[in-house]
Write a protein that binds this ligand. Sequence first.
Ligand code: FEO
Ligand code: CA
Ligand code: CA
Ligand code: CA
Length: 588
Amino acid sequence: DTVGSGALEFEPIDPVPFETDAVTVPAGYTWNPILRWGDPLFHNSPDFDPSHPNAEAQELQFGYNNDYTDIIVTDRAGREGLLVCNHEYTNRDIMFEPTASDAEELEVIRTMIAAHGFSIVELERKAKRRNWKYVRGAELNRRITGNTEFVFDGPAAGVALLQTAADPEGMFPHGTLGNCSGGTTPWGTILSGEENFNGYFKADPNAVGSARYGLSDADTSYAFEKVDPRFDATTADYANEPHRFGWVVEIDPSDPTSTPKKHTALGRFKHEAANVRVDDEGNVAVYMGDDERFDYLYKFVAKRKYVEGARKHNLKLLSEGDLYVAKFTGEQRPDNANLGTGEWIALTENGESVVPGMSTEEVLVFTRLAADKLGATPMDRPEDVEPNPITGKVYVACTNNTDRGVKAGKPGPDAANPRKANKDGHIVELTEHKNQADATTFSWDLFLVCGDPDDAGTYFGGYDGPVAPISCPDNVAFDSKGNLWISTDGAPSALKLADGLFRVPLTGDERGKVAQFLAVPNQAETCGPVIHDADGSVFVAVQHPGEDGSWDDQQSYFPDYVAAGSRPSRGEWRGPRPAIVQVTKKRN
Ligand code: FEO
Ligand code: CA
Ligand code: CA
Ligand code: CA
């Protein structure tokens, strides 16, 4: 039973047992890595050589653990493109051999800082529907790392809470860390969320916000504080350094000399992603999840409207506007076909705090503390939140929350988060009042309540035929027809199945009919995804393959799969490399 259409018609794959170290694609399809960790991006980049950790080399090579990804076609013939992706975090134990001395370890740490951030890389291909190849040394190629200079933008730029000894102006933070998912804006820039930034800092556990943001004074597992004092925020000089992370960043990939921004108007939390919607009146909304158990869904509404073609104007849209947090009200119905209404509660109005007892800068820097005061609905870890470009409806992937109704002092199930000990996650479908991006009320329903379809409590958009098991929805994307594509992160522990990529129609007779397109290798998470259905291609970022292994006990050999048991030849690497993969139909 094939699904999809045209160049991307496919026969769904069967669920893949977890621990399978392979990329599984539909019959008649093939996969190909475009860029792997360590691939040289510039003419002067050294070759990949994990036996000799070297920060300077890594700054000139593709980074680690790719998550948000876009492939932007840049010429009319469809032969030139731009790949943009972020590098969320590093897995030290599988990247590099244990070192013999502290001095050697310092270079490993510097190399890990350089493996974070972003890569922007030009692509080329011979014709449409062929495989993309990256262009080493191309003009727009760029690496952004944990050290690159950014500039703060918006109402909290320069405030005391962002000042440190190295940056008394509070304007120029260095680097971006923990970038998870993201979005490409209608004006051609890339947004990405700084998510688990707390793991990079030692901080005073009694400082404002430390407990709520998960900061402690323990040594960090990344150990960046051993090479750069700013990562030790227990000192007076760098007490504010953690405040300089946890933002939405914006990068202009068309200008390799541009300074990337951190947008204070969009608040500070464990930003999973940021996706823009422009409605029919030009109103601009940015939808954002705070990925933590019992944390919130947010929306930013820009003060000014989007103007088609006015790039300079549009590049400033995220500088000014208001921040809202979501409150869901609703009804529990049989089979979890729940629905209800909701409210966007303002944290700021006309750019200024309306939260009792908090200044504007406090609301923006300690956004979680502000939202706690307003009665927002604690969600089951909101990950990617993305508007459907055709209908404007917004899809909120709540990945899981095994603490719901279990952990003392925390909320039990509610209409929008309907299950106790939610291990499989769900997807909320949200419709703004009158479909306006700046609405302050909305209606909603549960589109998917994930899991094994045989399990009680699962719900598949009302579809009652067979569907694929799916668990832990994370990143989402749309194809040109408005079907939803869902990538997963966590299915191995929830369903004992490999994580994968799934397609599901949102309308018509097949609404809710989940079909699986691919599965990722052992211990990997499916990121991206990018769906170019008209062009017959799907792209995924394979993140953290083999992450539970060690240097001597690698658990994945993706994507090169140097024959198991064979001796690696000189310079060859026998471990996993996070990579961006293109999936296309086989050419006969
Ligand atoms: Fe980095 Fe929320 O996943
Ligand atoms: Ca994620
Ligand atoms: Ca997405
Ligand atoms: Ca996740």
